[in-house]
Write a protein that binds this ligand. Structure first.
Ligand code: ADP
Length: 227
């Protein structure tokens, strides 16, 4: 089995091609993320982080280049297969939690598992265990509005992990939190990643957080560079 969970090769992406307002956001990006590796994606705002993460997570397609997830080349695959791989292998976390407001923390983590064919009792047990891991086990019955920003984001991490993905993609996951909360929530995320042994690409502006990851890649001028 391949030890590479994500491989991006020669990824190019632009918007409004051939029209006024044409932008070339990604100009040939290569990235390899191995099993268990946590990679910081550091870039100024507007550099194309979200575009890159969407392509890596099969939410968007590149103009050129290849995306390989858990050993499977994705570009020639049907929409159905891309959706299956995204659901099974990729977890997303955004700057804002995007939890469903009318459901409890627990239900927010149970629902994606039910959609994936997991039995309710098993889904609830897994949701509880995930919430415990990030220190919000006592908030399981709370709705998002009754939780702090840091707690909401921890629940969002658990939801991203609900179906046991191999790859976590996070876009400024602590960008909306004050520095102290950000620090604690980031530590919870790292613990979850390490305990589940999954690989992660975490976009951040915060160089202190980036320094705590295994590797750093910078996105600038449409290219990725190590360091
Ligand atoms: P980041 O996440 O690093 O802030 P994005 O990937 O969101 O950057 O955007 C990169 C660039 O591409 C920006 O200049 C943005 O305005 C442009 N862009 C993003 N999405 C679109 C789109 N759908 N149409 C046109 N331009 C876009």
């Amino acid at each position: 089995m391949s030890d590479t969970v994500l491989r991006l090769t020669g990824i190019r992406k632009g918007y409004n091609q051939g029209k006024p307002g044409e932008v070339h956001v990604l100009r040939g990006c290569d990235l390899e993320v191995r099993r268990g590796e946590v990679v910081a994606l550091v870039a100024p705002s507007g550099a194309g982080k979200s575009t890159l993460l969407h392509i890596a997570g099969l939410l968007d397609t590149p103009d050129a280049g290849t995306v390989e997830i858990a050993g499977e080349m994705m570009q020639a695959k049907s929409d159905k297969r891309r959706t299956e791989v995204r659901r099974a292998e990729v977890g997303f976390v955004y700057q804002f939690h995007h939890l469903l407001p009318e459901f409890t923390a627990l239900e927010n983590i149970v629902l994606p598992q039910l959609a994936n064919g997991v039995a309710r009792a098993e889904a609830e047990a897994r949701a509880k265990a995930l919430l415990e891991t990030v220190g919000v086990g006592d908030r399981a019955a709370h709705r998002p509005a009754a939780m702090s920003g840091g707690e909401q984001q921890r629940v969002a991490f658990c939801r991203a992990m609900a179906n046991g993905p191999k790859l976590l993609l996070a876009d400024e996951p602590t960008g909306n939190l004050d520095p102290e909360t950000s620090d604690r929530v980031f530590a919870a995320l790292m613990q979850l990643v390490q305990e589940t042994g999954l690989s992660a690409v975490i976009a951040t502006h915060n160089l202190e957080l980036a320094a705590r990851m295994d590797r750093r890649v910078r996105l600038s001028g449409g290219h990725l560079t190590e360091g």
